[in-house]
Design a protein around this ligand. Structure first.
Ligand code: NI
Length: 220
């Protein structure tokens, strides 16, 4: 009996040892820290159609990121990026003045990418590039308490755009990896709000963030 168990154990080890790789049909799940650093290009804030010299700014945030890559054929995979909601501070920057807090917004940026893995499916190092599409959903827009007397109806428009990435899986054990990846994502939005007297206020902003991910990967 003991001998049989040993045979089975060796068999399982041998089997899992053969699937060393980013082979078709494999799925690599990765979990780690995702940092979204907006690279903001803002228009001037419009108040009732008139341009001011104020611009908008959006700050960085780090959340739990999840990616899953399905290897479809050798060297090619499809990846989904997901995360817990990012929470960004939104600021107003008067020309020449120091910025003031306007409020906060949460966002989820699901991104679907086609990936190319350069090296042999057996390689322990798996560098890749990807190109895909992003949808960013903005929600829970909240004005800073100091702004609640000035504004109301704060809202950001959702965004569709392209996403480009580079990254690598580095095998550290059987079916286990360290992953590092970077995306540049095209996220453009328009923030709208209302002054207390009802005058509409709006500003367009290209957030176009760099997204950095560092985590562990597991192959299934
Ligand atoms: Ni853009």
């Amino acid at each position: 009996m003991r001998k049989h168990l040993l045979t089975v154990a060796i068999g399982v080890l041998a089997l899992s040892g053969t699937a060393l790789a980013h082979e078709p049909g494999e799925v690599i799940f990765r979990v780690g820290a995702a940092h979204v650093a907006p690279d903001v290009d803002s228009s001037r804030v419009k108040v009732g159609g008139a341009q001011t010299n104020i611009k908008a700014d959006v700050k960085s945030d780090t959340q739990l990121g999840l990616t899953a890559s399905w290897i479809v054929v050798p060297h090619f995979g499809i990846e989904l990026l997901a995360a817990t909601p990012f929470d960004h501070q939104v600021k107003l920057k008067p020309g020449g003045g120091s910025s003031v807090r306007l409020g906060k917004v949460k966002q989820l940026p699901p991104t679907l990418s086609a990936q190319y893995y350069f090296l042999s499916p057996q390689s322990r190092l798996q560098p890749y590039v990807g190109l895909g599409v992003n949808h960013t959903w903005f929600f829970k827009e909240k004005l800073a308490s100091a702004q609640k007397a000035n504004y109301d109806d704060f809202e950001l428009e959702n965004s569709w755009g392209w996403a480009a990435q580079i990254g690598a899986d580095i095998q550290i054990g059987n079916g286990m990896y360290v992953n590092a990846s970077v995306w540049k994502i095209d996220i453009d939005t328009k923030a709208k709000l209302r002054q207390a007297n009802g005058t509409p206020v709006s500003v367009k902003a290209e957030l176009d963030p760099w997204v950095y991910f560092l985590g562990l990967g597991f192959r299934f």
